[in-house]
Design a protein around this ligand. Structure first.
Ligand code: ATP
Length: 453
């Protein structure tokens, strides 16, 4: 059962994202551009940490995957062969009462009668196919011969470069090609903050294998991907692997899972894991006239490999991470009175800032100098933030709100003024438990690296 939508929680999250610099509306001073978003100073860090961790797990820590980075603009022939030009469409409906433009599958169905979800009107146009690809022209003339599209998925670059990558990497089946990059879809109805955007990023793996092992790899990748989300801090209880029913799968797919997350606005897809058979490579081989076959040295046979594709959205995952991390609890203020504390409980591995360093007082030069020294010690290993303004409790609170997992405070003990045995020690505060431990400055890099990697 999907949890009920929590619009209040979502409003708080959207407001925090803007207030603390995670996500802004694109072109905001001109009234925005629907479906487009900009990531601010903290959002860009979160997004990079996610992409880097995906790359680490999917490419660097494996022997059987290599990466690539394809161009956004490709020959139009790619989109004809892949089927996108003819069939990458959503059914669109207009409401004649309130003029809303809607996706036909998002209408309200009341006892078999379709209604507009905006105004409840029943005067709707019949659905017509709307192609989601953004058109553009390459070169100085704007006609059919120069037409192409902004890519609606990154995967096709992998398929059309399959032979080149196979040759240079000298991989044997099964092996994969991974890519992270922008994709564009002219969504009929962008909504739910960044969830459905018109410009977004994907993290895709095309894992090539033999036909008889396709279904096994499909299940393997579903499990691997679920583990990935758990390892970035998303609770297993909030993740769901839905088996897409036969009638809803793409015709060429033999099996598809949707990995869904319980967003505050409902259970929605984060990632699709699809067994796409040999459809894509076959289409491109047919249309280009170039062989995209694999030569099996053992059996001396040539064939087109099958492929399993885990395809995740960067922006949707960033949004899930923020939704998952958002929490409110109680913490004492400067006077010891309890107040509501907003905390983003990010897993340290994806938190935008890993550690904040504070001198207890900003007007005591030796404290400031020592804190600066610690910043320099940590910076080669992680993103560190130095803050000397305001009461220490307030400084902690500011970091809690943006999810910084660790805080280091340089106090008079650090200078050895009270007890020489404590010289060169600092307090290390944990965001979630708010507990402080005293550690040697020289041990800090080791302790923190082990907790954030
Ligand atoms: P949906 O059904 O939500 O439109 P989809 O099934 O068309 O998604 P895919 O084509 O499987 O999506 O794309 C793979 C992933 O890319 C999705 O799981 C999602 O994370 C991401 N994605 C797709 N469309 C968008 C979008 N408009 N905005 C943000 N992310 C998207």
């Amino acid at each position: 059962m999907s949890k009920p939508a929590d619009s209040q929680r979502m409003e708080k999250i959207v407001s925090l994202c803007k207030r603390r610099g995670f996500i802004f509306q694109s072109s905001e001073i001109y009234g925005g551009l629907n479906g487009c978003w900009d990531y601010g100073p903290l959002g860009v860090e979160l997004k990079r940490n996610l992409k880097n961790y995906w790359w680490r797990i999917m490419v660097h820590e494996r022997d059987d995957v290599v990466g690539m980075d394809g161009s956004i603009l490709m020959n139009r022939a790619v989109w004809k062969a892949s089927g996108h030009e003819d069939t990458f469409t959503d059914p669109m409906v207009d409401c004649r009462s309130c003029k809303a433009r809607l996706r036909a599958d998002q209408l309200i169905d009341k006892k078999g009668i379709k209604q507009c979800p905006v105004c409840g009107g029943k005067d709707l146009t019949t659905p017509r196919a709307f192609n989601l690809m953004f058109k553009t022209f390459v070169g100085a003339t704007e006609d059919e011969s120069s037409l192409t599209y902004l890519r609606p998925e990154t995967a096709q670059a992998i398929f059309v470069q399959f032979k080149n990558v196979l040759e240079v990497s000298r991989k044997k089946l099964p092996f994969g090609i991974a890519q992270i990059g922008k994709a564009f879809r002219n969504e009929i109805n962008p909504r739910n903050f960044t969830f459905r955007s018109r410009e977004f990023e994907q993290m895709e793996l095309e894992y090539f294998c033999r036909a008889k092992q396709g279904m096994q790899w499909l299940d393997y990748w579903k499990e691997e991907r679920l583990k990935f989300y758990e390892n970035i801090g998303i609770a297993r209880d909030n993740l769901h692997a839905l088996t897409v029913p036969d009638e809803e799968r793409a015709f060429y797919s033999k099996g598809t899972y949707d990995i869904e997350y319980d967003f505050p606005f409902g259970r929605q897809e984060l990632e699709g894991v699809a067994y796409r058979t040999d459809y894509d490579l076959s289409q491109h081989q047919k249309a280009s006239g170039k062989s995209l076959e694999y030569f099996d040295e053992e059996t001396k046979q040539k064939f087109i490999p099958h492929v399993v594709e885990p395809s995740a959205g960067v922006d949707r995952t960033v949004l899930a991470l923020i939704c998952e991390a958002y929490s409110e609890d109680e913490a004492p203020d400067e006077k010891g009175e309890m107040e509501t504390r907003i905390v983003l409980r990010f897993h340290p591995r994806i938190a935008p800032i890993k550690c904040a360093v504070f001198p207890l007082l900003k007007n005591k030069e030796p404290l400031v100098a020592k804190a600066r020294e610690i910043v320099a010690l940590l910076r080669p290993h992680m993103y560190v933030f130095y803050d000397e303004t305001g009461a220490i409790g307030r400084r902690y609170r500011r970091q809690d709100e943006i999810g910084t997992p660790f805080g280091v405070t340089v106090d008079f003990e650090t200078l050895g003024e009270k007890d020489p045995a404590l010289r060169d020690t600092v307090t290390l505060r944990d965001r979630d438990s708010m507990k402080q431990e005293r550690v040697l400055v020289k041990d800090l890099p080791g302790i923190l690296i082990s907790r954030i990697s």
